[in-house]
Design a protein around this ligand. Structure first.
Ligand SMILES: [Fe+2]
Ligand SMILES: [Fe+2]
Length: 276
């Protein structure tokens, strides 16, 4: 990604108030974590993912394109739980509250005995039983491998504040990504077995598990599983002073992962075009 083709840079270019908040945070003279999250980072994510949804255009995908997206998108879910565990262990001495939040996510993603199985298992099994798609051994395309690698570098960082900001980015995009993924599996289902939505029973369960406020798996009142992940991590930016989170470092981490995610989607969209 260069400033010319990065959606993050495109947002900064067209939203000067966010550009100055970002610059100000990195330079140490913008210090409101609440404003950073509510006025700048959350709107940036919404805008960027709107552009990504346009680039992907799920309703126009051919079967092979939809399958490519599904295969590539399954890879991050495969490694997410281990990243959460590594990040929790890494930050526990510096910020036990952050470690606790990451570990809570780890148990949800990785499967907690007596509760819900690992999300990757739910998802890959749902693809197999609803759509007959086997993604378990899928070898990722280079852009997906890069995204995974960038998360691997991030969770190994010696800077806990960077991990806090990075993980906020990872979780903050998850609702938009899950909604897009649902549109892609619906498209694939329509093209192959003329079924979508709640007719794809296991997939429907998986999506509702993440997105519905009143799902059994939701553990925070009034928030879906994913919304609780987002707000749980946003706290460490909002209350950076309380938790001794270095805001410039957290924003640096946010930008690293946000750019990594948008680069990945843009590259997948190019890959899909070339399949045409
Ligand atoms: Fe999940
Ligand atoms: Fe999540």
């Amino acid at each position: 990604m260069t400033p010319e083709n990065s959606l993050v840079h495109a947002y900064l270019k067209t939203h000067p108030e966010t550009r100055s908040a970002v610059n100000g945070t990195l330079l140490g003279n913008f210090t409101s974590g609440d404003d950073l999250v509510d006025k700048h980072l959350a709107p940036m994510i919404a805008w960027v993912y709107g552009k990504i949804a346009d680039q992907v255009s799920p309703s126009e995908l051919a079967e092979t394109q939809a399958r490519m997206y599904i295969e590539e998108l399954s890879v991050f879910a495969r490694y997410n739980a281990q990243f959460l565990k590594a990040a929790a262990t890494n930050v526990e001495g510096f910020c036990p509250e952050l470690a606790h939040e990451l570990r809570r996510n780890h148990l949800e993603e990785g499967g907690e005995r007596g509760k819900v199985p690992a999300h990757y298992v739910l998802y890959s099994n749902a693809l197999l039983s609803d759509l007959g798609l086997l993604v378990n051994g899928h070898v990722p395309a280079p852009e997906t491998a890069l995204l995974v690698e960038m998360h691997q570098w991030m969770v190994g960082s010696h800077m806990p504040s960077l991990i806090a900001g990075s993980y906020y980015a990872t979780e903050a995009v998850a609702i938009a990504e899950t909604e897009l993924l649902r549109e892609i599996t619906d498209r694939y289902g329509e093209l192959t077995i003329q079924a979508s939505g709640s007719a794809l029973k296991k997939l429907d369960y998986y999506y509702r598990l993440h997105l519905d406020d009143d799902h059994d798996a939701a553990q925070v009142d009034g928030l879906s599983v994913e919304a609780a992940h987002i707000e749980g991590l946003a706290q460490f930016i909002r209350k950076a002073d309380l938790f001794h989170i270095d805001l410039p470092q957290a924003l640096d981490g946010f930008l690293q992962i946000m750019e990594a995610m948008t680069h990945w989607w843009t590259q997948l969209a190019h890959r899909a075009q070339e399949m045409n």
